[in-house]
Design a binder for this molecule. Structure first.
Ligand SMILES: Cc1cc2nc3c(=O)[nH]c(=O)nc-3n(C[C@H](O)[C@H](O)[C@H](O)COP(=O)(O)O)c2cc1C
Length: 218
């Protein structure tokens, strides 16, 4: 049996998507006949070769972050390329994991609907579920122990995927996801000290202030 983990993060090998993929496949040693191959969509020049490869018997597992309430452009590009070869993918089992910076499921719901539409109506694939993890950015800072319960849940999905069963309908809620944050959280959040610490450190690291007036497209 072959499982393809298709990483759709522009961060590639340093991504949260990679960590989530590693969690889901961490028990692969328990399955004798299993081969797991990982494909990084940020390697745009290799996308065509990936599609050739994937036309085999792989179960497909896409993992990518929510970008501007949708998918990263490299994922959309891959979907469009895949569509050109759709005859090789009819009936293929496919799973998706979307994860987002915002801690609310609502942000990913329209993309979840699109993925189901893309897989079933456009690609004629066998769509067996989408997991949404809302609030994945702390993965960059916090140790894995912090996510112990979530890791166990992710690990538990491998058996479902390998038997080509449907993921539990409430898997995103089981991961702790709520459609909206509570009224109380929405009051507390803006006044939480250090809430911007990570984002500010990212801006500093990437010299955002210095580059603010750049006009790359002018
Ligand atoms: C360009 C960009 C756009 C993003 N857009 C959203 C968004 O619309 N909603 C959201 O909740 N998170 C958004 N995020 C946050 C990412 O989904 C989040 O940081 C994720 O954990 C990144 O995962 P990765 O390391 O696998 O790329 C965005 C991040 C970037 C860099």
């Amino acid at each position: 049996m072959k499982l393809a983990v298709i990483n759709g993060s522009p961060r590639g090998e340093k991504s949260n998507s990679k960590k989530i993929g590693a969690w889901i496949t961490s028990q692969q040693g328990l399955h004798n006949d299993l081969t797991v191959d990982t494909y990084y969509l940020f390697k745009i020049n290799r996308q065509d070769a990936y599609i050739e490869d994937l036309s085999g018997t792989y179960i497909l597992l896409f993992i990518f972050p929510l970008y501007v309430d949708s998918m990263p452009g490299i994922v959309k590009l891959f979907f469009e390329k895949l569509e050109q070869k759709k005859q090789a993918f009819g009936g293929r089992p496919v799973y998706f994991v979307i994860h987002s910076g915002f801690p609310e499921l609502i942000h990913s719901r329209s993309l979840e609907r699109y993925l189901k539409y893309y897989a079933t109506k456009i690609m004629d694939m066998n769509h067996l579920g989408t997991i949404i993890w809302a609030g994945s950015e702390p993965l960059q800072m916090a140790p894995d122990n912090f996510f112990r319960k979530k890791i166990i849940l992710f690990e538990g999905q491998l058996a479902t995927i390998l038997t080509k069963k449907r993921l539990p309908e409430d898997i995103s809620e089981q991961l702790g996801g709520k459609e909206h944050i509570s009224k109380f959280q929405s009051i507390i959040y803006p006044i939480t000290p250090f809430k911007d610490f990570y984002w500010n450190s990212q801006l500093k690291k990437n010299k955002a202030k210095k580059l603010l007036k750049n006009q790359p497209y002018a």
